[in-house]
Design a protein around this ligand. Sequence first.
Ligand code: FES
Ligand code: FES
Length: 137
Amino acid sequence: NIGPAAYSPLVIDHVRNPRNIGEMENPDGIGRVGNPICGDVMELYIKVKDGVITDASFKTFGCGAAIATSSMVTEMVKGKTIAEALEISNRTVAEALGGLPPVKMHCSVLAEEALKKALENYYERRGEKPPLEVTVS
Ligand code: FES
Ligand code: FES
């Protein structure tokens, strides 16, 4: 475990005041992922209208980096088209947070995977085949 001193001020801000926290009623897509390294879990919920992500929220049981990246990814996807959302990677989320300590980079993978899973689930619910970029191995 590493102390808060290693986190950027923006990461600490998102840990203390997470944005868009909580389960969503009637989401259009849910992404549930677990981190095989630490066992932490994240759930991401999205609303999609006319190909645009209009809302996002999350529930995360994890470390500070997992909470901060969840919080940041919900902020980043809102208002984006699905194609734009697919450009978001764990690195862009970490960069938007002013960086993460190298040992915490694995935590940011959860945010990218949860987003892709939520989009995959969105297509599944519509009975459509998800585009390849969405599938998480
Ligand atoms: Fe357990 Fe990150 S806090 S692996
Ligand atoms: Fe598990 Fe960060 S230590 S997600």
